[in-house]
Each structure stands twice: as structure tokens, then as C-alpha cells.
Design a protein around this ligand. Structure first.
Ligand SMILES: *Cc1c(COP(=O)(O)O)cnc(C)c1O
Length: 354
């Protein structure tokens, strides 16, 4: 029986994507060849890559606005470094809202000077800071739009004239966003876009070519753009799965329709956490993530019982990140409301029978 998968990433994908991707492993569109064995230079794969790049821009509303989309390797984690390498000349400004945000600024320090203009670290990363000064001499401001581990999310973005860059790994395409406010966006595919193995990078081209340093070939955005995301063998299956998932988003009615469902799922779950005497939410209510719902038991000694009830209900992957413990229900785009309702039922039953 298929489980209710609340894993933080790699994570649930739409059932239709699992089916189409499986079929393509056996025979891609009646070619008599598997997606895993065709050349990335074949016309079939070039078409997949081109459609995936175009659809990423279309979903973001960035078609014909000076942006390019790439599907690269090395995960969002390599983009922490690559973004600084391509953009940091004098100084990078960073807002530290969690583990990933902190890793981003740590990697940038291999490139040059950075300034952390705000941090919610002292508060256990429970909130998104709202007061800070953005230095005028910074080359860019980097934010992490959704904090996958602590369960906080931006709903308003910093206003600035310097290029805004964002790690959107865990909330991209989950809600309408002012994508045109961002000069660089990157996202590991394995949360809302597809399977592990590729990273979507969307860049406004005019910000490139301004640093003096020499940039190694495969970390150089301009080279990837020039080679249409095929500077070397791309992660073909990851790109194909991303295309299928983005097509699914479009079929659902686009980001607007997806957002509506995401609000429904998250509100239902937070409502239960707030109502149920045995649970408490982790993040400050106004900054609660709609993608990663982080919560704790009010009495830790009951954890074994709750874990058992979850197992019996076929719930998988809600254990909190090893760094903070507790629970985390990741309810990305592909998570059906019905699975969230199963979890809520378990929480209610747990309270009644405690
Ligand atoms: C998962 C995640 C990452 C790490 O992505 P990798 O592709 O594993 O490098 C980075 N940032 C955020 C916000 C994430 O959720």
C-alpha cells in the first residue's frame, strides 16, 4: 500500500509523474529507447530540455523578461558557492533564517566578504526578521524563502535596489510570488520540482559578467547559458521528471490553483496543532511555513505512542530534522489534502486515547 509521505526531500511527487516517469524509463514516447539511454544531444532530449527551461520561466511569469533558466548539478548547495562566485565583487549581504541560509553565507565566504544584516538564530530560527538595513555597497542580498528545517517562510520580500537572490528550494512554485523582484533564483529539484539530481537556476542575464575574477567553466553561469544548459551531460532523468512535474502544476490550474490547495492543507494542520493539547507549533504563527509544518509534543514521553499511531496509519517521514528533533510534516505541492487529513485524524485519536 502506498504510504502518506511527509518526507522533507527527496519527497512526494504527483502519482501521474511517477507513472509517466516509470513508463519513460522503459520506453520514451514510443521511441523504443529508455530516457536513461538516449543521447543528451538527441532531438528528443533537446526538446525535453528546451520545454523544461521554457516552462520554468513560464510558471515564474518570466518569459521574455531577460531571464534564462538552467538545470544544473551539484544541488542547491553548490549554488551557495556558485552564486557568490558569479556575483560577489565587493560584498554579499545575507539574511540568516536557518540552517540552509547559514550554509549559503558560509560558502560565500570562500569567495569574499559578506555581511549578515539580520538573523533569527538567537530565537532558534522561529521567525523571519523584518528590520534590517541593506548596505548600499553590497552586490546583492541573499535570502532563503522557506526554511525547510525550522518551518518558517517569507510572505513579504525585502525591498531593495540591489539584486535580490534567493534559495527557493522548498517553496518554489508553491504560491504566487513576485518572481520579477529576484535577479537570481535557485532551487534543488527534489522538493517541489522533481527528483534529486538537478537544480533549477533562473538568472536575469544583466547581472552577470560584472566580477573581475576568473570563474571555472562549470561554475560559470554565462557558460551554462551559452551552452543552453548542456555544457556537459545534463542530469537527463532529473530534467525529464522536472518537466513532468511542472506540466502537472500547469494542468492543476497553475501556481494560483496550487497555492489555494497549499493554504487549505497548511491551515488545517496548523489548526489541529493549535487546538490539540498534546502538540505545539515551533515557528512564530505569522511566519509559519506552508510547506514544512514543524511541531513538538507537549509531553515528549508520549513520542513512542504517537510514532506507533503514525506507523499504523501508514504515515511516513514526519520525524523532525536531526538538528531540532520533534516532528516535521512536509506538505509540498504534490501532497494531497487527504493525506493531511489522515495525519490530523491520527493526532485527534492520539489526544482522545492519551
Ligand atoms: C533541501 C534544501 C537545500 C539543499 O539542497 P541540495 O540540493 O541537497 O543541495 C538547500 N536549501 C534549502 C532551502 C533546502 O530546503
Amino acid at each position: 500500500m502506498k504510504k502518506h509521505n511527509f518526507s522533507a526531500g527527496p519527497s512526494i511527487l504527483p502519482q501521474s509523474v511517477f507513472e509517466k516517469a516509470s513508463q519513460a524509463v522503459l520506453d520514451l514516447d514510443g521511441m523504443g529507447l529508455s530516457i536513461l539511454e538516449i543521447s543528451h544531444r538527441s532531438k528528443e532530449f533537446i526538446s525535453i530540455m528546451e520545454r523544461a527551461r521554457a516552462l520554468a520561466l513560464e510558471l515564474a511569469g518570466l518569459t521574455d523578461k531577460g531571464y534564462k533558466a538552467l538545470f544544473l548539478q551539484g544541488g542547491a548547495s553548490l549554488q551557495f558557492y556558485a552564486s557568490a562566485l558569479n556575483l560577489l565583487q565587493h560584498k554579499g549581504a545575507y539574511i540568516d533564517t536557518g540552517t540552509w541560509a547559514h550554509k549559503a553565507l558560509t560558502e560565500a565566504q570562500f569567495v569574499g566578504d559578506i555581511e549578515v544584516i539580520a538573523s533569527s538564530k538567537d530565537n532558534g530560527y522561529r521567525n523571519i526578521p523584518t528590520t534590517y538595513n541593506i548596505p548600499k555597497d553590497a552586490d546583492y542580498l541573499h535570502i532563503t524563502t522557506n526554511n525547510t528545517i525550522y518551518g518558517t517562510e517569507y510572505f513579504k520580500y525585502p525591498e531593495t535596489n540591489i539584486p535580490l537572490i534567493a534559495d527557493m528550494s522548498s517553496d518554489i512554485f508553491s504560491k504566487e510570488m513576485p518572481f520579477e523582484k529576484f535577479a537570481l533564483i535557485y532551487a534543488g529539484a527534489q522538493k517541489n520540482i522533481g527528483c534529486a539530481g538537478t537544480t533549477l537556476v533562473i538568472i536575469r542575464e544583466d547581472i552577470l559578467g560584472k566580477v573581475e575574477r576568473k570563474i571555472p567553466t562549470h561554475l560559470n553561469y554565462q557558460i551554462h547559458i551559452k551552452n543552453e544548459s548542456m555544457a556537459n551531460t545534463p542530469p537527463t532523468f532529473g530534467v525529464y521528471t522536472s518537466l513532468l512535474t511542472m506540466e502537472w502544476i500547469k494542468e492543476q490550474g497553475g501556481i494560483k490553483a496550487i497555492e489555494k490547495k497549499n493554504i487549505q492543507k497548511a491551515s488545517a494542520l496548523y489548526q489541529e496543532i493549535d487546538r490539540n493539547s498534546l502538540f505545539k507549533g515551533y515557528a512564530t504563527p505569522e511566519d509559519r511555513s506552508r510547506m514544512n509544518v514543524v511541531f513538538n509534543l507537549t509531553d515528549e514521553s508520549l513520542s513512542e505512542r504517537f510514532n506507533n499511531l503514525c506507523n499504523e496509519a501508514n504515515i511516513s517521514g514526519i520525524k523532525g530534522h536531526r538538528s531540532i528533533g520533534g516532528y516535521r510534516a512536509s506538505i509540498y505541492n504534490a501532497m494531497p489534502l487527504e493525506s493531511v487529513e489522515v495525519l490530523i485524524e491520527v493526532m485527534k485519536h492520539f489526544e482522545k486515547t492519551a
